[in-house]
Design a protein around this ligand. Structure first.
Ligand code: NAD
Length: 343
């Protein structure tokens, strides 16, 4: 029994994780309503891995449709729940959309896990649950801060729902992975983060700005109390992040005494400033990014980066890629993607 159901399987992190799971011998099925992605991502996953991933294009807010998948696959070992909306500004403008989608889909999945006796569950959480932290690096013991957006609140509420679920049903083992800032693409350059309208993640924003698809890149504030005055974040290569999911299942399979619920930070443990990120971009692209420096942006914190010692100690996970590799792979993917758009 080694079948993993990946929700949000056509999305950015889901598609890369499917590759890592397949490469480590897991069978994978994907569920995604494709509201924020294309099923073509799975065709390219097949090109890369040589494996066809069965895909169910359903909305996880539909309990009956979700149950049908578990009826069809009574041998699911674990679920990774990526499916969610993830834009902070969009969540501020449309909070109910976020609460409805991100929480209903989670509740339906947990309902099925309990009903169909699925042993393992891994949840995509985020370092945004820590809010505006005072002490760095952040450990899993760092308490929740004030959620800075409805999106961050769905992650805090999601974690609380899972924690209650684990206490009530300890026979199902749950792992919460708190991602820091994922970036980059698969080394083949064939899958990566889609440059969709309204995207706010910094690396796609840099690429779009460089290509003249949006205003010049803005460094929001250079008067923070950091080594060069700009904000510091922990950028983790997408394949390192993908591997943390595989390692989570291997850990649960190999440790019958693992607690019913656990939490791990997934970051590289080093902060990179915005100016350092621009240098890595220039190196990867071979040209200088045109940028301006603007005022601080409301809600931004000066610095956050992870302590990943717990993931290293218990899951045997550690990051392998550098920030230069994050940028190089993001740029290589963009060139492949652009050719596809022009074709
Ligand atoms: N990318 C990041 O920077 C980041 C950081 C921290 C946490 N996360 C979390 O990781 C997870 C995956 O993020 P991603 O970057 O891959 O996002 P993504 O938007 O690329 O993928 C999410 C996928 O879920 C699907 N989806 C959304 N709602 C659905 C529903 N109700 N039913 C079925 N499918 C649905 C979308 O179509 C999309 O393909 C999300 O939960 C996100 O909040 C992402």
């Amino acid at each position: 029994m080694n079948k993993i159901l990946v929700t949000g399987g056509c999305g950015y992190i889901g598609s890369h994780t499917i590759i890592d799971l397949i490469e480590h011998g897991f069978d994978v099925i994907s569920v995604d309503n494709n509201v924020r992605s294309s099923v073509s991502m799975l065709n390219r996953v097949q090109e890369i891995t040589g494996t066809n991933v069965p895909h169910y294009p359903i909305d996880l807010c539909d309990l009956e449709a979700t149950q049908n998948i578990f009826e069809t696959h009574p041998d699911i070992l674990g679920v990774i729940h990526f499916a969610a909306y993830k834009s902070i500004p969009e969540s501020v403008g449309s909070p109910l959309l976020y609460y409805r989608n991100n929480l209903n889909s989670l509740i339906n999945i947990l309902d099925c896990i309990q009903q169909y006796k699925v042993p393992y569950f891994v949840f995509s959480s985020s370092c945004s649950v820590y809010g505006n932290v005072q002490k760095l690096p952040v450990t899993e013991e760092t308490p929740f801060g004030i959620a800075e957006s409805p999106y961050a609140n769905t992650k805090q509420m999601g974690e609380q729902i899972i924690s209650n679920f684990s206490k009530a049903y300890p026979e199902h083992k749950t792992i919460l992975l708190r991602y820091f800032n994922p970036g980059g693409a698969h080394p083949s350059g064939k899958i990566g983060e889609i440059l969709e309208e309204g995207i706010t993640n910094v690396i796609p924003v840099m690429i779009e700005a460089h290509l003249g698809l949006r205003n010049p890149f803005t460094v929001h504030g250079k008067d923070y109390d950091t080594r060069d005055g700009s904000c510091i974040r922990d950028y983790i290569h997408i394949m390192d992040l993908a591997n943390a999911h595989t390692k989570s299942f291997q850990y649960l399979q190999n440790n019958a005494n693992a607690p019913s619920s656990d939490i791990f930070n997934v970051g590289i443990g080093q902060g990179v400033s915005v100016f350092e990120l621009i240098k890595a971009f220039d190196k990867a692209v071979g040209e200088s990014l045109n940028y301006t420096v603007g005022p601080r942006r409301a809600g931004d914190i000066a610095a956050i980066y992870a302590n990943y010692e717990k993931a290293n100690r218990l899951l045997g996970w550690s990051p392998k890629y550098s920030i230069d590799e994050v940028m190089e792979s993001a740029w290589a993917w963009y060139q492949y993607y652009q050719k596809g758009q022009e074709a």
